[in-house]
Write a protein of this length. Structure first.
Length: 94
């Protein structure tokens, strides 16, 4: 094998690997949900289900009511987390 052939890239294999990676990334973006249930939202916030649920009941966390169920908007949770970072960190230390 000469040095010229050793430097060649298998373009077909590279293209297939790139296509698979892009497809996987797009699937993740499409499957990312905007609204979460209580368990998902609690995990997203880094709190236990019980701790998160208490905050919800006391109207301390923004929520959406859909079909008699609470749902939590990811954008609202991001704002809430930013506003309560120190409080959440203290609770996690306890």
């Amino acid at each position: 094998m000469n040095s010229e052939s050793a430097e060649l890239i298998n373009v077909t294999a590279l293209a297939k690997a790139l296509a698979a990676h892009l497809q996987s990334s797009l699937r993740e973006v499409v499957s990312a949900k905007r609204l979460m249930n209580v368990d998902e939202a609690a995990e997203y916030c880094g709190l236990t289900r019980d701790s998160f649920r208490k905050k919800v009941v006391r109207d301390r966390v923004p929520k959406v009511r859909l079909d008699k169920c609470w749902r939590f908007d990811k954008a609202d949770l991001d704002v809430w987390i930013d506003e309560h970072k120190e409080q959440i960190a203290r609770e996690l230390d306890d």
